[in-house]
Design a protein around this ligand. Structure first.
Ligand code: SF4
Length: 450
């Protein structure tokens, strides 16, 4: 059925969603479809939507409409998180032919084949135009991880491997638990099979991702499952670096730190979500730790590693955030002194507890607070990187950049420092992609291989 049909997809949102789009395309391609760019005219369009903010909802709708406009005779498929949160709206949306909720994406090939079949039997002149088909489940009741197989990326040196789905935390500002459901862990066998395939294809660095990877194994009452999985992955021949996606501070226990630091393939780079340095706000956010506990977790990592790269996310302008509370966060972050901070201005997400809270902070105040933290983040990053002035660093080269001022190799260190290496007269710079090189680091960017 799919032979000769062109399929284009676009992804909104996170790395997990991207991994799921890649898997859907792999399945459709294996069934005979030709994969084309989303900007091209295609027979079938998939928009793997996101619903993390009201803006993400809007963008998801726009992409669906854009696809139908590009080819009015195409089959347009809305999949993923926005489907979960806006089923009724999509039912009325004339641009959309098929609706697929989370945990149903693995059935993409059968779903598309069925649609084409029915349409053919109806005698339709175009593939689209049939009755809208909905594959929708109540995600909050799902207990099984949706296994979609692995995906070997082409032309990338770092591969994102999904190990988990769902979240049980219910932070007051976040819609994710409602659209992704409860925690569901991927089996160790399936993860190992995917990473083995990646390693055989030449991938040296994997990043473990999920919606809440700190919960890995907890649905199976296996508290130590994440570190067991990391150790198992590190035994796969060819894998040189394992990077962990965003972690919850609670995962950092003495046992975890002892085992993770003993595993030399795990990058000394830990992204621990903080969100606020003020206990009253953390409580209103329904985060499950205090600023003191978070500090202690960072100290544990700093004791186990030489200058680990600790990074975080911070939200400014959470409902009711006073000047004093914000100042507490500023003082806290100054003392904490992290490598990188991603600063987000709070944006109310319809359907969450925080969106209905009183005392929403004005955009002007959010902007000012964001500027203060961005400056602090910039200073922290420079100070951290200054420690490596003159040091020899190992870089996994990811790409070659041909710029007006010359040719550069670009890659990251194990601490996720983004390094631009002057290629100068190096012959065939492309041959360095996906190789480890050693450089003498300088903050002025004058970085050469040694
Ligand atoms: S931990 Fe909190 S912020 Fe993260 S996905 Fe779960 S509910 Fe959302």
């Amino acid at each position: 059925m799919l032979k000769g049909k062109s399929v284009a997809a676009t992804t909104l949102g996170c790395k997990v969603n991207q991994a799921e789009t890649d898997s859907m395309l792999d399945m459709l391609s294996a069934a005979g479809a030709d994969i084309v760019d989303f900007e091209e005219k295609a027979d079938i369009y998939i928009v793997n939507t996101c619903s993390v903010t009201n803006i993400a909802d809007k963008k998801s709708r726009q992409m669906l409409h854009r696809a139908k406009k590009r080819n009015p005779e195409s089959i347009v498929i809305a999949a993923g998180c926005y489907v979960q949160s806006a089923k009724e709206l999509l039912e009325q949306d004339e641009s959309v032919d098929i609706v697929i909720s989370n945990n149903k994406k693995k059935d993409i090939t059968d779903i598309v084949n069925d649609y084409i079949n029915v349409r053919k039997n109806e005698g339709g002149d175009t593939p689209a135009g049939g009755e809208k088909k909905e594959y929708f489940i109540d995600i909050s009741k799902e207990t099984e991880y949706e296994e979609m197989g692995g995906h070997v990326p082409v032309g990338h040196t770092r591969a994102y491997v999904k190990i988990q789905d769902g979240c049980n935390q219910f932070c007051s500002y976040c819609i994710i638990p409602y659209v992704r459901g409860r925690i569901r862990s991927r089996s160790e066998e399936a993860v190992i099979a995917e990473v083995t395939e990646l390693a055989e294809s030449g991938i040296k660095e994997v990043v473990l991702t999920g919606i809440h990877i700190s919960s890995y194994g907890k649905d199976k009452n296996n508290e130590g499952a994440l570190i067991d999985l990391i150790d198992a992955i590190s035994k796969i021949k060819g894998i040189k670096r394992i990077r962990l996606g965003s972690l919850e501070p609670g995962i950092i226990t003495e046992d975890f730190v002892r085992r993770v630091s003993a595993n030399k393939k795990v990058c000394p780079h830990f992204h621990l979500s903080l969100q606020s340095g003020c206990n009253t706000i953390l409580k209103r956010m329904n985060r499950k730790y205090t600023r003191e506990q978070y500090f202690e977790k960072c100290e544990m990592l700093r004791e186990a590693y030489d200058a680990p790269a600790l990074t975080t996310d911070v939200i400014v302008g959470f409902p009711g955030e006073t000047d004093e509370e914000f100042e507490e966060t500023v003082q806290y972050l100054t003392e904490l002194n992290l490598y990188e901070m991603h600063i987000f201005k709070y944006s109310p997400r319809k359907g969450t507890v925080a969106a209905a809270m009183k005392d929403q902070v004005s955009p002007e105040v959010k902007n000012k607070r964001s500027d203060v933290l961005l400056e602090l983040a910039e200073r922290g990053k420079k100070a951290y990187e200054a420690k490596y002035e003159g040091a020899e660093l190992e870089v996994l080269v990811e790409e070659v950049l041909h710029r007006e001022d010359g040719t550069y190799l670009r890659g990251h260190t194990e601490r996720y420092m983004d390094i631009l290496i002057k290629a100068g007269d190096i012959p065939m710079p492309e041959s360095f992609v996906n190789s480890f090189v050693y450089v003498r680091y300088t903050q002025n960017g004058d970085i050469l291989m040694v």
